[in-house]
Design a protein around this ligand. Structure first.
Ligand SMILES: Cc1cc2nc3c(=O)[nH]c(=O)nc-3n(C[C@H](O)[C@H](O)[C@H](O)COP(=O)(O)OP(=O)(O)OC[C@H]3O[C@@H](n4cnc5c(N)ncnc54)[C@H](O)[C@@H]3O)c2cc1C
Length: 399
């Protein structure tokens, strides 16, 4: 007969969100299983710009600093517009560029050291919600008090709960390639962002110790050929598209889940859709929401009411959701064709726009503050009239 294992908390997915959830739950004295279908260290398609906000979340949740050999620090930034350099900026603090193979392995090991049980290379065959259990492909039954879904943008657990992991019209899609251009020191570690290589998205060229990570992403339902644009972007960035392997992945594009979970099943990170739809940053939000879910599980289990975990978690993630609402509204301006000239001009000349970008990445300025500044700058009426989603834009064009 197959084994049955029982844990207070089972975390599905050992990326930054899952590791944070497992670490926090273990730190609070709970028994935790950390399941991932991959064997670590594993690759994850990502620019791996670890923002100051993400570094702060790592300190808060894991109590660690990234080891120096895991990242390249740089402050040099270039804003571009379809290949044209608009401006060179010195970021007000170090931006850190890592790689997800080492980064995720490091975070996951922190959760294991805290006591989470490693169940990697493991596939879930069935979710048995009514029995507070799941069944693995090898027949093992795992019972839980609280189940935390940190299983990424295409989350099988979200699909199980809601019928689909994401809305196909609102999800973003990104292509990325590693170009063999090591950045020897900080001096040639220039990062560039191209704000008009795609519509409803952007392109990035991030410096790494051994490579450059070049990619672009945008809302999938916008009528544009992202793959062809990726080839064009690589050429603009001085890379022969035939010399690199281009890979693609979904990433949440602002359509987060209003109720990320149900009763004692909680969704965190990409599985909940928690990605900043302007900067594309997801790692900080993954770690923050993971820790919130770990705390919510601990509270609900301490009260002997595991099915109330959603109550604690939904209250905590409201802060993240409120920010993402503002991101969506501001995105309407940033990406609207009617504002294109104005936005380009601001990127080139406005010190405030340049600073706001970095302040948001650092978590030093919230989008509430950014929105207030937009309003002060006489954008109020525009904010009301602009579409938060591109489908409206498409309809307008078609008519
Ligand atoms: C091209 C690209 C570039 C990006 N660049 C950046 C960037 O520079 N900076 C930034 O902050 N964010 C970036 N993001 C977003 C960032 O990658 C995500 O927001 C972040 O990885 C979310 O973490 P997570 O733990 O929720 O999910 P993930 O990191 O996706 O981890 C999910 C884990 O779940 C596992 N899993 C999946 N299905 C199952 C299953 N059925 N059973 C068990 N395990 C499962 C996977 O193996 C994986 O380990 C980028 C995303 C993309 C696609």
């Amino acid at each position: 007969m197959a084994d049955t294992l029982t844990f207070d908390v089972v975390v599905l997915g050992a990326g930054p969100a899952g590791s944070a959830a497992a670490k926090r739950a273990a730190d609070r004295g709970l028994s935790v299983a950390l399941i991932d279908r991959s064997v670590f260290p594993r690759h994850k398609l990502c620019g791996a710009l670890i923002s100051p906000r993400a570094n702060k979340a790592i300190r808060d949740v894991h109590g660690m600093e990234m080891p120096e050999d895991m990242y390249l620090p740089s402050r040099s930034v270039e804003f571009k517009w379809n290949g044209e350099v608009l401006r060179d900026i010195e970021a007000p603090y170090d931006l850190t560029y890592s790689n997800r193979i080492d980064f995720d392995h490091w975070l996951r090991n922190s959760a294991l050291e805290a006591g989470a049980v490693n169940m990697e290379g493991t596939r879930v065959a069935a979710f048995l919600d009514a029995e507070n259990a799941l069944e693995l492909a090898d027949g093992t039954r795992i019972e839980y008090g609280v189940l935390i879904g940190a299983d990424g943008a295409a989350s099988p657990l979200a699909k199980h709960l809601f019928g689909q992991a994401f809305d196909n019209d609102k999800i973003a899609f990104a292509f990325e390639a590693e170009a063999d251009q090591p950045c020897d020191g900080e001096k040639d570690a220039l990062m560039s962002i191209d704000f008009r290589i795609v519509r409803w998205g952007y392109g990035w060229n991030f410096p790494k110790r051994k490579t450059r990570t070049i990619g672009l992403g945008g809302i999938k339902s916008v009528d544009q050929d992202l793959k062809a644009l990726m080839a064009q972007y690589l050429e603009l960035e001085g890379v022969d598209p035939d010399s690199v392997k281009v890979k693609g992945a979904h990433l949440p594009g602002g359509d987060y889940k209003k109720r990320p979970g149900r009763e004692n099943i909680l969704l965190v990170g990409d599985a909940a859709g928690f990605v900043d739809a302007i900067t594309g940053e997801g790692i900080a939000l993954a770690i923050e929401s993971g820790a919130m879910a770990g705390d919510a599980a601990a509270e609900a289990l301490a009260a002997d009411r595991p099915r109330r975990a959603e109550k604690f978690y939904f209250a905590a993630v409201k802060s993240i959701q409120a920010e993402l609402d503002k991101v969506r509204r501001i995105r309407g301006i940033v990406y609207a064709e009617a504002f294109e000239k104005h936005f380009k001009d601001r990127l080139r000349h406005s010190d405030w726009v340049g600073t706001a970008f970095f302040d948001v990445l650092a978590g030093n300025q919230t989008y509430a503050e950014v929105e207030k500044r937009f309003a002060q700058k006489a954008f109020t009426s525009a904010l009301k009239g602009v579409a938060a989603w591109p489908s409206k834009m498409r309809r307008k064009r078609a008519s």
